[in-house]
Design a binder for this molecule. Structure first.
Ligand SMILES: NC(=O)c1ccc[n+]([C@@H]2O[C@H](COP(=O)([O-])OP(=O)(O)OC[C@H]3O[C@@H](n4cnc5c(N)ncnc54)[C@H](O)[C@@H]3O)[C@@H](O)[C@H]2O)c1
Length: 336
């Protein structure tokens, strides 16, 4: 008996990294899986349709059930075809895991329109497109009297939620949008019995190892000894996502930060300390003085606090890291 017995799951970007770990784990837990992937490099270039098929073949070899799909999540009709693939192959769809992403890190001053659009298209529009078509199918099922548990699990990133590293305008904006959609869609889709949650992962994958120079030393992503507990193994993400995907889970509208076996509630932008006047508006001068009495958090302090989790507590080191990101980007801009 697996926790996902009888569940049909569509996982985007399931050919590699976290998505692949999720596909294999879901199948081992009894799910029938649509393995979606277009097999691109981490900047979105190229494409290899054998990547999705090879994960489906791995699942078959282990006695599980899977089909491959090679539509892009950026393709509106392709997103519909993914949902249709699940229904055609397995007769239903219970779970969507929006996981596909690419990365094109550049500083704001150097980022091109194409670099912005490409990253946003995969992560933000892709999450919207696949969720949209699944939601339409689920509304139809609900209206026909079907009360099965349905779940969307989005994949955001600390880059867009709470870790303001530079060079991430496109990626952070897209992932912040995914965080917003997670909350919004949980409220909209509750009426059709659909739960919507998200994870903010940290795992050793091609994408994380490709991040700008310096991040590896900060996160010690590749330092664990063979056979020992490895907090950066993508399996830890897969276990959390399988829980969120299971019919036994009642959570909705939640974002969980996952680092190895540490799973943390992650809150959205929240309203903090405030100023106000009784039944009157501010003059601009008064407002300036009033805001001066509040304690504002500096994004740099947030970054220093987060870096402490990875064993870096020195403000100077964090500043050096930011400078290195920006200097490297400047050099690559000048060289191109
Ligand atoms: N690895 C981490 O530490 C980390 C941290 C924060 C967030 N994330 C998020 O986790 C998810 C998985 O990332 P990963 O690290 O496993 O990356 P990865 O590069 O190993 O895997 C991503 C997969 O998505 C596929 N893909 C890209 N564009 C696609 C498209 N248009 N349609 C379908 N498939 C497409 C790629 O071919 C690739 O196989 C992403 O959403 C990423 O933003 C990862």
């Amino acid at each position: 008996m697996g926790i996902l017995d009888g569940r049909v799951a569509l996982i985007t970007g399931a050919g590699r990294g976290i998505g692949r770990a999720e596909a294999l784990y879901f199948a081992a837990e009894g799910a029938q899986v649509v393995v979606n992937d277009i097999g691109v490099s981490s900047d979105g270039s190229g494409g290899d349709t054998s990547i999705a098929a090879s994960v489906a073949a791995e699942i078959h070899a282990a006695g599980g059930s899977a089909v491959a799909n090679t539509d892009s999540v950026t393709d509106w009709q392709g997103a519909k075809r993914m949902v249709d693939t699940a229904i055609d192959a397995f007769g239903d769809l219970h779970v969507v895991v929006n996981n596909a992403a690419i990365s094109r890190p550049r500083a704001l001053v150097n980022m091109s329109e194409a670099e912005f659009d490409a990253v946003v298209a995969v992560k933000l529009k892709g999450t919207f497109a696949v969720s949209h078509w699944a939601a339409r199918y689920w509304r139809e099922r609900y209206e026909a009297g079907d009360r099965a548990d349905r779940a969307i699990i989005n994949t955001s990133s600390s880059a867009g939620l709470n870790s303001p590293y530079p060079l991430n305008t496109n990626y952070a904006a897209a992932n912040a949008g995914v965080g917003a959609m997670t909350i919004l869609h949980s409220l909209e889709l509750a009426r059709y019995g659909v739960r919507v949650n998200g994870i903010s992962p940290g795992a050793r994958t091609r994408l994380s190892l490709d991040l700008p120079a310096g991040v590896d030393s900060l996160t010690a992503r590749d330092r664990s000894a063979p056979g020992s507990y490895d907090p950066w193994d993508p399996i830890h993400q897969a276990v959390v996502v399988a829980h969120l995907a299971s019919a036994a889970c009642t959570l909705t509208g939640q974002m969980l930060t996952v680092r190895g076996s540490t799973v943390a509630i992650t809150r959205n932008w929240s309203v903090g300390e405030h100023v106000s006047k009784e039944n009157a508006g501010w003059t601009v001068e008064e407002l300036g003085r009033a805001l001066g009495r509040l304690t504002f958090e500096s994004p740099f302090d947030t970054l220093v606090y987060l870096a402490r989790v990875y064993g870096v507590s020195d403000r100077e080191q964090v500043q050096q890291l930011i400078n290195r990101f920006l200097d490297n980007d400047e050099q690559s801009e000048k060289a191109s």
